[in-house]
Ligand binder design. Structure first.
Ligand SMILES: CCc1cc2c(cc1OS(N)(=O)=O)CC[C@@H]1[C@@H]2CC[C@]2(C)[C@@H](O)CC[C@@H]12
Ligand SMILES: [Zn+2]
Length: 262
């Protein structure tokens, strides 16, 4: 529309319904995961991550988040298993974070917010011809979500946080090769899964969410580096720092959240 959606006072999550009617849909994300209400499903398979042959291309600031994009022309970088009937191809990963550690994640657990959340985005190339086509199909996307928690410095993530200075402003992009995101995953791949949506407009209800129970730990200094990014472009006068780029939890509307673990 004339004014783009964002996370500010005038264009934030509570306004998105005006331009995007799916905002009040039946399978919106994120959600609050109430662990006592989740259903253990013993037939859920483990998540199988095959990222070893991945080809990362670039890191970019798209004005809403910082994203690393992958070559997705074949099935060399996929996740399989879990509730998924097909392999899903890695397309990109990006983050959501807060202005301080008490907030920043999109999903919450028993009402608890984490300082941030990593989304590893995959698409169903077995059924759909392109990411864009898959992004509006009910079984088109699978997002592996990992909470960020402050603690020890994360050595694999350090290469990314050290590259953020290259993409401080909206629409900036830099080369970012040979980054294998499996190094960002915790040892334990226990997960919750439910059917949901994109967490930003156009809010397509096309995502099978796989939220890991175990967080990724990073240092406060690494967290602070995310907060040095800007929503705005270099040419814009008003420089608004990129933070609090998260949508709050949405109504469950009768959905069941399944757990891969007891
Ligand atoms: C799931 C990751 C993802 C994909 C997309 C968005 C946002 C996303 O992050 S999130 N937090 O996982 O939901 C917003 C822009 C969307 C894009 C999916 C593809 C499009 C819908 C394009 O067709 C046009 C706008 C695009
Ligand atoms: Zn996201």
């Amino acid at each position: 529309g004339h004014h783009c959606w964002g996370y500010g006072e005038e264009n934030g999550p509570s306004d998105w319904y005006k331009d995007y009617s799916l905002a009040n849909g039946d399978r919106q994300s994120p959600i609050d995961i109430q662990s006592e209400q989740t259903v253990y499903n013993s037939s859920l398979k483990p998540i199988w991550v095959s990222y070893d042959a991945c080809t990362s291309l670039s890191i970019c600031n798209n004005g809403h988040s910082v994203m690393v994009e992958y070559e997705d022309c074949d099935d060399k970088t996929v996740i399989r298993g879990g509730p998924l009937e097909f392999p899903y191809r890695l397309k990109q990963f990006h983050f959501h974070w807060g202005g301080k550690d008490s907030r920043g994640s999109e999903h919450t657990v028993n009402g608890k917010s984490y300082p941030g959340e990593l989304h590893l985005v995959h698409w169903n190339a077995a059924k759909y011809k392109s990411f864009d086509e898959a992004a509006s199909a009910p079984d088109g996307l699978a997002v592996l979500g990992v909470f960020l928690e402050t603690g020890e410095k994360h050595s694999v993530l350090h290469r990314l946080t050290d590259a953020l200075y290259m993409v401080r402003f909206k629409e900036t992009k830099a080369q970012f090769k040979d980054f294998n995101p499996s190094g960002l995953l915790p040892d334990c791949l226990d997960y919750w899964t439910y059917r949901g949506s994109l967490t930003t407009p156009p809010l397509h209800e096309s995502v099978t969410w796989l939220m890991l129970k175990e967080p990724l730990y990073l240092s406060e200094k690494q967290m602070e580096k995310f907060r040095t990014l800007f929503f705005s472009g270099e040419e814009e006068g008003l420089r608004t720092r990129m933070m609090d780029n998260f949508r709050p939890p949405q109504p469950l509307k009768g959905r069941t959240v399944e757990a891969s673990f007891r």
